[in-house]
Write a protein that binds this ligand. Structure first.
Ligand SMILES: O=C(O)[C@H](CS(=O)(=O)O)OP(=O)(O)O
Ligand code: MG
Length: 231
């Protein structure tokens, strides 16, 4: 059961059975909260233009995301888990465009099973895969989507430990510390920088006990994240 960790949003290898794309700060923490707040599905798009095109054809869709971390003019939502957590998104369809998490995911659509997660749903995702997909010869690819950020990499190592059944050898406190002290987190703690709020990173390190995982439906015309219930 080879499990490899790959860092960065670009693709480096052939098709695998299972890919888990991680974006802790902040895209897939946002996605997790969006489902908690009632979102129905999340379409993934590469560009801002594609997002606007979808909205033109479907005015009810909510556009969410960022470019290099900054909110996008004309979008309904930014890339803040803290802000998303204040919304009621019951039944809403979201279109997400982000720099790392979404773009990395779009590079792995040919995986037999493709999951996305932040830290908030990492354990649940790893346990779901362990229970439902583990076979001797299965190849698992864990993608830490930020090209240099230790937030995603630390979470990838955490997931790998759970999948390999040696979670007791990793300290969850250390994983959280690595996220909090990653260079990606820095600007959220900079009090001079009003574009970024520390609450976001604090939300990103909260492990939540929810009853679903986030799986990508890649045969849909536009790839989308769906909520898969865990028994
Ligand atoms: O908005 C974010 O937190 C980041 C921005 S970036 O990594 O600094 O470009 O995007 P994400 O795709 O959520 O990592
Ligand atoms: Mg990120």
């Amino acid at each position: 059961m080879p499990i490899q960790i790959h860092q960065g949003r670009n693709r480096n290898r052939e098709k695998v059975n299972i890919t888990i794309v991680i974006d802790v700060i902040r895209a897939f923490t946002v996605a997790h909260y969006a489902f908690i707040k009632g979102a129905n599905r999340i379409y993934l798009v590469e560009t801002v233009e594609q997002a606007f095109q979808l909205k033109n054809n479907n005015p009810d869709y909510l556009l969410a995301g960022e470019v290099n971390g900054y909110p996008i003019e004309g979008f309904d939502l930014d890339n803040s888990p803290f802000h998303i957590a204040q919304k009621d998104l019951t039944g809403n369809i979201i279109v997400q465009r982000t720099t790392n998490g979404v773009r990395a995911t779009l590079n792995w659509l040919d995986s037999e099973h493709l999951f996305v997660t932040g830290f908030s749903n990492a354990r649940k995702t790893a346990e779901f895969i362990k229970e439902n997909h583990m076979k001797e010869d299965i190849e698992i690819n864990i993608v830490a989507s930020h090209p240099t950020g230790d937030d995603d990499y630390a979470c990838a190592v955490y997931i790998k430990h759970i999948l390999e059944e040696n979670a007791d050898q990793i300290s969850i406190h250390e994983v959280k510390q690595r996220i909090l002290t990653s260079h990606v987190a820095e600007r959220f703690f900079d009090e001079e920088n009003h574009e970024f709020i520390k609450e976001d990173v604090l939300y990103c390190v909260k492990e939540l006990d929810t009853d679903f995982v986030m799986k990508v439906n890649s045969i849909s015309e536009i790839p989308m994240i769906e909520r898969v219930q865990v028994c």
